[in-house]
Design a protein around this ligand. Structure first.
Ligand code: PLP
Length: 358
């Protein structure tokens, strides 16, 4: 039996750059929760859930949508709907679906994941073409291509529209479905100026997560055509994801749609400020952020990622560890510009006088 690593001694960091999942619901969001009109969601009787699913379906240009507790469940249900056991999913080697869902695609849908390579969490059409299986008795069926928009381990990169379109067309022509893991889809929309329905048009299934930059404590909405969403509902029931008075949750998500989309531009600007602040420090190499994620390599600073993170704890800040000397810092609505300045200043003190290890 393996054990989980030890948790930090504090549970609350004032400047928690570990992930955009660390936000707490705002007072306005909590008021919306308290005022929500609710019913039995499993029976289609919750008006707030219905409002949310109708609104997200329209935003994504789809016929129908289903509310699920998490992005992980949206990915799993999508794979369950698209795949039969033995089928093959084409996804990036660094994707959430392949790495962080406890093997759900294999365990639940019985599908294999074919890892595709490419810079910043993205692959190109030639890579997909080369990975497509021909039809033969001994081969698995290539069934679905997965885009992660934005890419997580790829550093919050935004898939360019022409690259996505080329791959989606190739996939369709070869009889594959397309799924968009939209954990941070709205970050992509704000950064690129491309509307969610434009991305949605490329996909058979696409979901939007509310627990990342949108700042809600739970919830994702998976959209597709009506038959697909009817099938998704059955899987949601089988997985125990059907809920009762889920309007409480949906109200937080509706609040997020009303208040927390445009402001993602602030997170993106804060990520730029953080990136340039860190890049100015000795021995720190920073990848230019496209959205709200900053990846920095500390190899030449003389510190490991763990040492750097632990040192930040003393000022109530933390980052996530991505490798021995690589950290990821994610900006979000609970960290404003002064928080970013404080972290940069603390990082400067921590790294001062350090240098490459002998
Ligand atoms: C790209 C991506 N997909 C899916 C998920 C899963 O979302 P959730 O935490 O809502 O299950 C995450 C979470 O970090 C993610 O980054």
């Amino acid at each position: 039996m393996t054990t989980e690593p030890t948790r930090p001694p504090m549970t609350r960091f004032d400047f928690d750059l570990y992930s955009d999942t660390k936000t707490r619901p705002s007072p306005g969001m909590l008021r919306a929760v308290l005022e929500a009109e609710v019913g039995d969601e499993q029976h289609g009787e919750d008006p707030t859930v219905d409002r949310l699913t109708a609104r997200v379906a329209a935003m994504l240009g789809k016929e129908a949508a289903v509310f699920v507790p998490s992005g992980t469940m949206a990915n799993e249900i999508s794979m369950l709907v698209q795949c039969r056991p033995g089928d093959e999913i084409l996804a990036h080697r660094d994707s959430h679906l392949l790495n962080f869902e406890a093997g759900g695609a294999a365990a639940l849908a019985g599908a294999m994941v074919r890892p595709l390579d490419g810079p910043r969490g993205m692959f190109d059409a030639d890579t997909v073409r080369a990975a497509l299986r021909r039809v033969a008795r001994v081969l698995p069926h290539s069934r679905v291509v997965v885009f992660e928009q934005t890419t997580n381990l790829g550093g919050g990169a935004v898939w360019p529209m022409d690259q996505m379109t080329e791959i989606a067309t190739l996939a369709r022509d070869a009889g594959l479905a397309v799924h968009i893991d939209g954990a941070r889809l709205m970050n992509a929309c704000v950064a690129s100026g491309v509307g969610p329905a434009v991305y949605g048009a490329l996909a058979d299934t696409v979901y939007m997560d509310f627990t990342k930059g949108l700042g809600a404590p739970f919830g994702a909405v998976l959209a597709g055509d009506r038959d697909t969403i009817n099938a998704a509902w059955r899987w949601k029931q089988r997985l125990g994801g059907s809920m009762r008075q889920a309007g409480l949750m949906a109200a937080a998500c509706l609040y997020a749609l009303d208040h927390n989309i445009d402001r993602l531009a602030i997170d993106h600007a804060n990520a730029q400020t953080l990136a340039s602040g860190l890049a100015a420090l000795p021995g720190v190499a920073v990848r230019t952020p496209e959205t709200n994620m900053v990846f920095a390599d500390l190899t030449d600073s003389g510190m490991t990622a763990v040492e750097f993170d632990r040192a930040l704890w003393s000022v109530g800040a933390r980052v996530s560890i991505q490798g021995p000397t690589t950290i990821r810092a994610v900006t979000h609505l609970d960290i404003d510009r002064s928080g970013i300045d404080l972290v940069v200043e603390a990082a400067g003190r921590i790294l001062a006088g350090r240098g490459p290890r002998a």
